[in-house]
Write a protein that binds this ligand. Sequence first.
Ligand code: AMP
Ligand code: TRP
Length: 342
Amino acid sequence: MTGAAFPPRVFSGIQPSGNLHLGNYLGALKRFAEAQDRGVETLYCMVDLHAVTVWQDPADLRRATRELAAGFLASGLDPARSILFNQSQVAEHTQLAWVFNCVARMGWLQRMTQFKDKAGKNAQNASLGLFAYPALMAADILAYHATHVPVGEDQKQHIELTRNIAIKFNTDFAVDFFPVPEPVIEGTGTRVMSLRDGEKKMSKSDVSDMSRINLTDDADTIARKIRRAKTDPEPLPSEAKGLKDRPEARNLVNIYAALADLSVDAVMQEWGGRPFSEFKPQLADLAVEQLGPISAEMARLMQDVTEIDRILGDGADRARAIAAPILRRTYDIMGMVGPREV
Ligand code: AMP
Ligand code: TRP
């Protein structure tokens, strides 16, 4: 049902909740820039309405939204070629989310593992928004008839739900109106693990700052975190399969491969048999070389929030121009009286 009728369009979103790290860069931002550079139409959204499904301090949210925008720009996202905006400026997201609240079934949302994780033991006390979160996410994507959604592994279930919503809407109203979008989950950077524990994802919520490399870390901090990263005493294996039961070693090799744009096999060919005491300094140099300019550019951009706000406002105008007719058409299909399709 995806049909050739829908031209390729990429959409993805990130929550502005502070502490952008290497996992966000390799798993999301870098790949977002690659999609843009391939010339596909790309929309990237700072999903502030998703962030407030749990309480946010207003000043922190404002800062995190601008810092995330700075992170996008510093990672090579070009506001002339990608539409960059924050979600709350485009009302069509919440309007379409309401429609999808009526399409999605309670049972579908009850199966979402992210809700179960985030709500914890006290699900009765979670916000209604946290429960409905994936329907808003479906609206983010489908308001633009997006066909491809680059995300990390953890978001796969939400994309599956988005697909089910698109299919159910199309079936319920006997139309072929919404595309059934594809998740794009690929590459060595899709799961960057903690530097302290190779079985845990690198995460902004980890209490140990040594577990992650923040995009705002300076060169010395990056180098120190890599030097101290957990490893085992063995030298690097000469084949990728030798990394199987060595999560920390595998993580460092994956990070190296993703930063250097090499395959894991190519890294093994170069480094197989050599000790981590030689590998780590090289990895640190590579990380500093790639991340140093990003953190410097983020700091520079954050000195002029007026310019960041202007870019987000302009992106929102362009986003709205795509989403408004799609929302109007959705309402028409459902029988809502209104102006003729614009
Ligand atoms: P989050 O920081 O969880 O809000 O995620 C923002 C984006 O970064 C999503 O596309 C995630 O899939 C991606 N991401 C977050 N953590 C990692 C990680 N450790 N490795 C790879 N990608 C990640
Ligand atoms: N739920 C995503 C996350 O936590 C963020 C997100 C919101 C998103 N809307 C989206 C991702 C639409 C892709 C497409 O990472």
